[in-house]
Each structure stands twice: as structure tokens, then as C-alpha cells.
Design a protein around this ligand. Structure first.
Ligand SMILES: [Zn+2]
Length: 206
């Protein structure tokens, strides 16, 4: 939350609620709370452009991660391939509907919403246009982000690979590499997109 006029800028600390006057700092510097030391905001150099580039990279990786098999299992001359979505389908067919829905939401829907929503917000903002529904959508994206759990899914794949190692030959598919890259891209996106600069751009936009 912030109030901004050319001469006075107030920012409330998200951790301890202290309202304080903050200086304009040059890109790259961090501003911390005077009382508790929490990060108030960070002026990422070209933050919006960097986030936009990461979001576009994320969309490409997301498409690759879903288009190709994650893993292939070879046992007794037979090869079984599985994509991300086929994992959810297999869980559904194995009478695990709750788990299937959870996998679908945390590995497919939330990351997709995150990327699509970020692009929807940043593309117009970059050109000085305020996209309709910016406030509610940005708040929703921030609250939905923790529900994208690609790394948890990756961990479960690794556990399965170790356990299945004795029974079958596990061949990593192209999607697995895209999947790992996507995890890092989403983490970088989350770190580069500072809410303060988003609202600042939105304020200046038409
Ligand atoms: Zn504080």
C-alpha cells in the first residue's frame, strides 16, 4: 500500500505495519524497513521488461513441458511414455480423483494462469496502458502463486524414478528438461516482479 505525491512517498511495511517515508533510489538498490529490517521494495533495473521476457520464456517452456513425454519406462521390451497431463489422467483412472485434480491444478492450471495473467498485465503496462481488471487480477495472481507446485511434482518424479530403477529402465524425456527450466524461470519471474513497480507503472499508465 502506498501514497504517492511528487514530494512525499509513504510506504507501509508489510511485516510490522510501520508507515514510513521512503526515498527514490536508483535501480539495483533495496529499501528496508527502518524498524524491523524487512524488504520494503527493490528497484529492479528494467524490472518490468525483465519479467516480461521471463514470462514469454515461461510460456515456451510450459508448452514444451506439456507437448513431450516427461519420462519413458522400458521393461521387458515394452516402452511406456507419460506426459504431464497423462499423469493426471492415469491417477483419475486409478481411482484417485482428488490426487488427479491436485496434480492438474498445481502443475498445470496454476502455472498456466500465472504466466498468462502476468503477460496480460505486463504487455499493456509496458506500453503505458492500464489493462482492465489490473487490481483484482494482480492480487489474485499473487495469492495463487504459492499453489503452483512444480518442484514438489518434480521431487515425486525423482522418488518414483529411484524406486522404479530396479524394475524398469527410466529414460528422461525432453519435457523433463523443459520442466526443470520452467521451475527456475517461474522462480526468477516471481523474484523480478516487484509489486511496487507494477503499481507505480499502473499509476502512470492511461
Ligand atoms: Zn517493518
Amino acid at each position: 500500500m502506498h501514497v504517492s505525491t511528487p514530494s512525499l512517498r509513504l510506504l507501509a511495511c508489510q511485516d510490522c505495519d510501520l508507515l514510513q517515508r521512503v526515498p527514490s533510489v536508483r535501480p539495483g538498490l533495496r529499501v528496508r524497513c527502518r524498524r524491523c529490517g524487512a524488504l520494503l521494495y527493490r528497484q529492479v533495473p528494467n524490472g518490468l521488461e525483465r519479467s516480461l521476457a521471463l514470462a514469454v520464456t515461461g510460456v515456451i517452456l510450459f508448452a514444451l513441458a506439456n507437448a513431450f513425454p516427461l519420462l519413458a519406462l522400458r521393461a521387458q521390451g515394452q516402452v511406456l511414455e507419460g506426459t504431464l497431463l497423462s499423469t493426471a489422467r492415469a491417477l483419475w483412472q486409478a481411482d484417485r480423483p482428488l490426487l488427479a485434480i491436485l496434480v492438474l491444478l498445481t502443475t498445470f492450471l496454476f502455472p498456466l494462469l500465472d504466466l498468462a495473467g502476468t503477460l496480460y498485465l505486463l504487455l499493456p503496462l509496458r506500453h503505458g496502458v492500464r489493462p482492465p481488471g489490473l487490481g483484482p487480477l494482480y492480487r489474485f495472481l499473487r495469492s495463487a502463486r504459492p499453489w503452483g507446485m512444480l518442484e514438489v511434482f518434480l521431487l515425486s518424479i525423482l522418488v518414483a524414478v529411484v524406486k522404479l530403477g530396479e524394475l524398469a529402465t527410466v529414460i528422461p524425456g525432453p519435457a523433463l528438461y523443459a520442466f526443470v527450466a520452467l521451475i527456475f524461470t517461474l522462480a526468477a519471474l516471481s523474484a523480478s516482479l516487484d509489486p511496487y513497480s507494477v503499481w507505480q507503472r499502473a499509476e502512470g499508465a492511461a
